[in-house]
Design a protein around this ligand. Sequence first.
Ligand code: MG
Length: 468
Amino acid sequence: MYQKVSQSGIPTRHQEEHDMNRRRLLQMTGGSAAAGAIGMLGEKSAALAQTYSKATRGLPALKITNVKTIQTCPQGGNYVVVKVETSEPGLYGVGSATLTTRGAAVVTAANEFLAPFAIGRNPAHIEDMWQTAYVSSYWRNGPILNGALCGLDEALWDIKAKRANMPLYELLGGKSRFAITTYCHADGKTVEETSNNVSKFVEAGWKHVRIQLGGYGSPILGKTPDFKDAGFGLPEDGYQENEPYVKGTLKLFEYIRKVHGGDIELIHDMHERIEPIEAVNLVKSLQQYRLFFAEDPLSPEQMGYFKMMRKQCSTPIAMGELFSHRMEWTSLISDRLIDFIRVGFNHVGGITPGLKIARLAEAFGVRTAWHGPGNIDPINHAAQGHVDLTIPNFGIQEAVDLGWGQVIQEDFPGCPQMKKGYMYLNEAPGIGVDIDEKLAAKYPFQPFPAGTGFRFPIRKADGTQIRP
Ligand code: MG
């Protein structure tokens, strides 16, 4: 049972004490600045430390008392949320542990291993908790363990910001922009249909649109799935031909530029579908259409081709939604081989590593474009959004087209809102998004929810497997 809590998640009685202590602390800080006595900084600093100690003395020492996972699939995406409860009644944090394609594995990692690791520890020690949890399995890393770790990490930041009684972006340095610029996704079976969908987004206020023709790799343009006639694989296996995809994509860009002119910013997701040298050629051919970026042109296994791609053309490149290990992005950023880093916090371990990636990228002129489709839960979207609001090298945010559906908004109170191409976070303390556990239970987890599309491989005409 929880006590009645304030909006910040802090119990009302504690909230009053907490507010009073904070006011005292702020008065002391303001007084110091007004005095402007530079020579007295040492004394003032000691006095401030004492005041801080007094101001926080009223707050009970925190311990993590429980860590649990909540699973829900409200609209096509398997979402996993980690809830971290503390010794302060009613004070808890929530974080995203969503791994769309293997959610149940993350649930096991969080429940069986991360919960026993975290219970009893101080939730204020986020960096220490991240580092020690990261190596606690000895064999570390990977999207499953990082997903569970992200759930814990985001929940700890949520707790810290709730305790500070401020939205997380304030704790991270404050706003650098009024809202978060996003891109949406226009697709169609024909160039005309994609163009009509682009118009819908432009009319709704979007300035950045990702365009595809018949899904990733344009499988609808393929004509000869010989492997199916030969009985190879399963009847449900996907099929794609590289040449029609490349030709169709160039035709699509030519058409969209002709119809919509040069003002709209265009993005295209190559989704690692074609051979590395074909990707180099396509990115080079797309340069004439002035892309905002080409997304994930190469698979993580073929990053050696980025140097060749860079020498061939200057089409901006966004890379990394499949990254989970830090060594995968460091040289791409420091060698300036990409323009946007697009890892998702839920795949690399949370806000803590996300901030470090953003700072590394800042030093090399690389901007952010965190992964953010609709099959990732609103808590992770909001967590990334708080970083988006603060960092100087924010580029763009992938977001849910035209906003979240009603069911998800009810399932996740405080869900980010979309308006005219911008994502807005609320001003509640913490990450600002919660989960309604009773409602979440009405939408049980699905083994392979619609839209994930990764149960069946994609093959060439002869049955050879293609990267998904
Ligand atoms: Mg992508």
